[in-house]
Write a new protein. Structure first.
Ligand code: SAH
Ligand code: SF4
Ligand code: F3S
Length: 436
């Protein structure tokens, strides 16, 4: 057996791709290992969304260069591959800056890895694949070899929205939905391998549209698969939240009442400069309609602070929107200039210290909402899907419908099942309870 080490950065779609790459290399004799030392092949599955994410890759490549040299000294070979969004965006630059890299493969071309490995072994040169043959990719991937209790399943890729700050339309290409039959088949295979929850993935997952199927219909079909108890989907764009999907939150009991609906900013001027194509009040009204369909739905979001031109009043409007909506949890980031995007050349870039102060203020507010939301669950009975044994012996860990981790002292036989849990207390990152 050869050893394969895959390191994943970035979003859930990268995590899905990493699993697919491992499945693809298994027939070639590669088995996964969780340390890079001594591996026969190392894949860095990279993210380009913010500057820091991309820079991490180059420092990791520096460390791997030494491991690769050590392996060569012992007469072995370590193949080094860079996959993901940095590969797509900076393929040529990677081989120039890091000549120790053997393979560069974009997110739409990784199905060609087996053939690329053969070419790299023959030529000893760099092999680069960054085309966009999206249709071909999914057809050439293997059935899942294994599955966790909660499994990712990519249903839609790419983005046509071109928000002015974002690299995704350039790294992942244009919006493309997979055929529903292929998705349902994959969900069934995952269920057979032990999945009880399916998380449908897409850069704009609620824009899913293929053969007359939207996301609501897809969720319904997946909900009928034996063994599947829960369905989630992420990430959604406010503009693509259709009536049928909103209605599904009221009508499909397998669809979890938890929705990641990024708004980025609460200021109309900033939303417009970002090219989000909706106003803050459109978002407020949308949330009202979603809550009318499912009153206990919890919301999460992404925010960017310090977008070019963001004034104190704009930032206050973001805080105002957060107060109005009330989030269960949320991600927030300082605006990061990305090469080639329109926002990177906008005048009135915001100084770093202002960005830092705004991020701090926003995160304080979001954290207080998160604690308030978690505290509101104490005393309630919630259905928990148990996923694994916890670090503390005698305990198992599962998740509420709202994705909160819950620790319960009970038998490991409950793993992979949903059971009612009375929530007794909250610690910083987890809830604790007893079987009800
Ligand atoms: N498709 C999703 C987002 C995908 S990227 C959507 O439209 O909401 C994930 C998150 O990264 C974004 O929601 C945004 O908050 C953040 N992000 C993207 N580009 C960024 C940049 N240049 N600087 C800082 N944060 C960024
Ligand atoms: Fe990026 Fe905007 Fe597309 Fe989301 S919708 S992936 S933020 S361009
Ligand atoms: Fe990053 Fe690419 Fe995902 S840039 S967030 S890995 S789509």
């Amino acid at each position: 057996m050869k050893k394969l080490f895959v390191k994943t950065y970035g979003c859930q779609m990268n995590a899905y791709d990493s699993a697919k790459m491992a499945d693809l290399l298994a027939p070639l004799g590669y088995a996964a290992t969780d340390v890079p030392e001594g591996a026969d092949m190392v894949i860095l599955n990279t993210c380009h969304i913010r500057e820091r994410a991309a820079e991490k890759v180059y420092s990791e490549l520096g460390r791997l260069k030494q491991m690769k040299a050590a392996k060569a000294k012992d007469g072995g070979q370590m193949l080094l591959a860079v996959a993901g969004c940095v590969a797509q965006a900076e393929g040529q630059e990677i081989v120039a800056r890091a000549p120790q890299v053997d393979l560069v493969v974009g997110p739409q071309s990784y199905h060609r890895l087996p053939e690329m490995i053969a070419r790299a072994a023959r030529s000893q040169g760099h092999v680069l694949e960054t085309d966009f043959p999206a249709l071909e990719k999914f057809d050439s991937l293997n059935a899942p070899q294994s599955s966790g209790i909660s499994a990712f399943l990519t249903v839609q890729e790419g983005c046509d929205k071109f928000c002015t700050f974002c690299v995704v339309p350039y790294t992942r290409g244009s919006e493309h939905s997979r055929p529903p039959q292929a998705i349902v088949t994959e969900a069934r295979q995952l269920a057979e391998k032990g999945a009880r929850e399916i998380v449908l993935l897409g850069q704009n997952v609620n824009a899913y549209d293929c053969d007359g199927w939207g996301l609501a219909k897809l969720c319904e079909a997946i909900g009928e698969i034996e063994g599947i108890k829960r369905i989630r989907y992420t990430t959604s764009h406010p503009r693509d939240m259709g009536d049928d999907l909103i209605a599904a939150h009221g009508g499909n009991p397998k669809l979890m009442p938890y929705l990641h609906l990024p708004v980025q900013s609460g200021s109309d001027a900033v939303l417009e400069a970002m090219n989000r194509q909706h106003k803050a009040d459109d978002y407020r009204r949308l949330v009202e309609r979603i809550r009318a369909a499912r009153s206990d739905i919890a919301l999460t979001s992404d925010f960017i602070v310090g977008f070019p031109g963001e004034s104190d009043a704009d930032f206050e409007a973001t805080l105002g929107l957060v107060r109005d909506i009330g989030y269960a949890t949320a991600f927030s980031f300082k605006y990061s200039k990305r090469p080639g995007t329109p926002a990177s050349t906008m005048r009135k870039q915001i100084p770093e210290d202002v960005k830092a102060a705004r991020l701090d203020a926003l995160q304080k507010l979001l954290l207080s909402q998160q604690y308030a939301f978690d505290d509101s669950q104490v005393g309630k009975v919630l259905p928990v899907l148990f996923e694994k044994t916890a670090r503390e012996t005698g305990q198992i860990m599962g998740r509420t419908p709202y994705l909160q981790p819950v620790h319960v002292k009970t038998d490991a036989a409950h793993i992979s099942q949903v059971a009612d849990v009375r929530i007794e207390r909250r610690t910083a990152n987890s809830l604790h309870g007893v079987l009800a």
